[in-house]
Design a protein around this ligand. Sequence first.
Ligand code: HEC
Length: 111
Amino acid sequence: MMKKSNRIAKLAVAAALLGLAALPVRAQSAGESLYKTKCAACHGADGKGETAIGKANKLQDLGSADVQKQSDTQLTEIITNGKNKMPAYGKSMKPEQIKDLVVYVRALSKK
Ligand code: HEC
């Protein structure tokens, strides 16, 4: 009897750990695929802005310190409301999708 409940407890712990481990991976890959379809045309797949549109608009490298020093709230606002030639995505994306994108923009600093 004791043994059985022990095994159930271990299974529950393993399931919880798997659930936790799966979260950031899901968020990052969702952000990554969104970024590739919606943002890379201007910002480039690596975020460096080395595209025709990026060069014409003197886009900053999204991974650079100048961009990364902005808070998550500031980045969320730029993506939601746009800024100059940066399109606004607040109407076409859900808040969770914009959050995933901010996570992905953070990951670009490590590339
Ligand atoms: C049509 C081209 C275009 C697309 C598509 C685009 N951006 Fe931008 N983005 C810009 C421009 C231009 C700026 C610079 C705005 C400014 O500061 O004048 C910018 C600025 C930014 C900034 C702020 C960087 C800084 O200099 O502080 C972030 C963050 C950003 N974009 C993220 C995204 C994300 C995420 C997407 C996809 C959902 C996206 N952009 C799609 C053109 C684009």
